[in-house]
Design a protein around this ligand. Sequence first.
Ligand SMILES: Nc1ncnc2c1ncn2[C@@H]1O[C@H](COP(=O)(O)OP(=O)(O)OP(=O)(O)O)[C@@H](O)[C@H]1O
Ligand SMILES: [Mg+2]
Length: 486
Amino acid sequence: MTLGTPLTSVATRALLLGSGELGKEITIELQRLGVEVIACDKYANAPAMQVAHRAHVFNMLDGQALRAVVEQEKPSLIIPEVEAIATRTLVELEQEGYRVIPTANAAFLTMNREAIRRLAAEELGLPTARYRFADTYEEFVQAVEEIGIPCVVKPIMSSSGHGQTTIKEDPSLDEGLRIKDERLNSSDSESLETKVISPSSYVLHPSSIVDHAWTESQKGGRAGAGRVIVEGFVDFDYEITLLTVRCAASDKGLRTQDERLNSSVDEGTKIKDERLNSSDSDTLETKVISPSSFILHPSSPAHTIFLEPVGHHQVDGDYRESWQPQAMSPVAKQKAQEIAKKITDALGGYGIFGVEMFVKGDEVIFSEVSPRPHDTGMVTMISQDLSEFALHARAVLGLPIPEVRFFGPSASKAIVVEGDTDKVVFSGLEKALSVPGVQLRLFGKPEVHGHRRFGVLLATADTVEHALEKVEEAYRYVDEGIRTQD
Ligand SMILES: Nc1ncnc2c1ncn2[C@@H]1O[C@H](COP(=O)(O)OP(=O)(O)OP(=O)(O)O)[C@@H](O)[C@H]1O
Ligand SMILES: [Mg+2]
């Protein structure tokens, strides 16, 4: 592989689709290797655009607009940083010879909860929460009854918790259940417990939380109203992101067990590929986009690296704190790595993946996967010699990664700003950065309407608990000093 010089005819150009805080760090890491980076997003002055060589502002869900930018820039690499992209166009562009990271099919499958869930559970046999899909209100009610309460409802196309609701039996929380509660109060207390948790005894009421969940899911989906997934609520001890890198094998001639495993995957890929080549192009499109007949992507043998597991805490489907390493039993850690290996091999290509899993005791349940750096993985900006962004840059360029140095217990805390302004000002930073071992990143986002992540605090310490205490302390100073008024 070769790398050119930016802004010349021999430049290695990367087109970044999505220009948030993760894209900003990817851009910086690519530029450290002399890559010319073109940042794209639907709004101007997005974080990555502020550090990229140039930018394009357009709706990335618009396939024609996306194609026009790709044909204009002729990038060596197309690097998706978000889910909301016209992934069918990416599939076409890949067939025309463009390189999509990690693969166009991976971008397509992971943008759709149904596609990735069917791949994980039905094709690969990975353990997942129980699930049903529903297109209409009637199907939805049926799905909730089949899965049972508590359950989690999500649009199949959404991220960061948009449109997601948990239906649970908490009488203090909602009217529908209070009504049920009143009814229950007249019955004897022994049967209360059973009635509350049994799905069939759940009372549907126009204002109940079930209706609320449906309404939210129809508002919160990326593609508007439509299909939802109803998942059994997993009562996990903790949840992790297992950052998993697929990269070129190093030149040292060492053939690891991972690579041997991968070569067998590549065989399967070839067979499926031949099948595709023999079919006409119409059925190809169907095959590529149908989740049940996904294709494994042809890829060079890859070396797989697992980083230390990242633990995290979510509020409303959005991450607030993450830490590394998350302590796990050896059995659970082994299972998590096996799951991550299977799903990342199926998606193929080079790059980093964030494999999200729930853990209870020694049991590990697959949740979802991002074929790109993960927000909870921002902690690696302080915990490792190569952050998840540096690893992604190296992997997508086809460069080897023989070693990743983990520095020890670390934590991150998102700085979430609430308000309605394009003039956010931070103070309190002197105090925050007086906490030893703390670092700060401010993303430079241009405005907030509602709540939005504007920065992250990072810390290392002798234990994860202490690292978390440090980011909490620093956060209090930053939070007190946020100004969202003119
Ligand atoms: N079946 C479930 N049982 C218990 N908790 C769940 C379940 N599904 C989701 N959650 C909780 O909600 C969080 C967000 O869910 P999920 O990752 O599926 O949504 P998302 O919108 O893709 O979020 P993101 O884009 O931030 O990863 C999870 O990290 C977990 O804390
Ligand atoms: Mg998630």
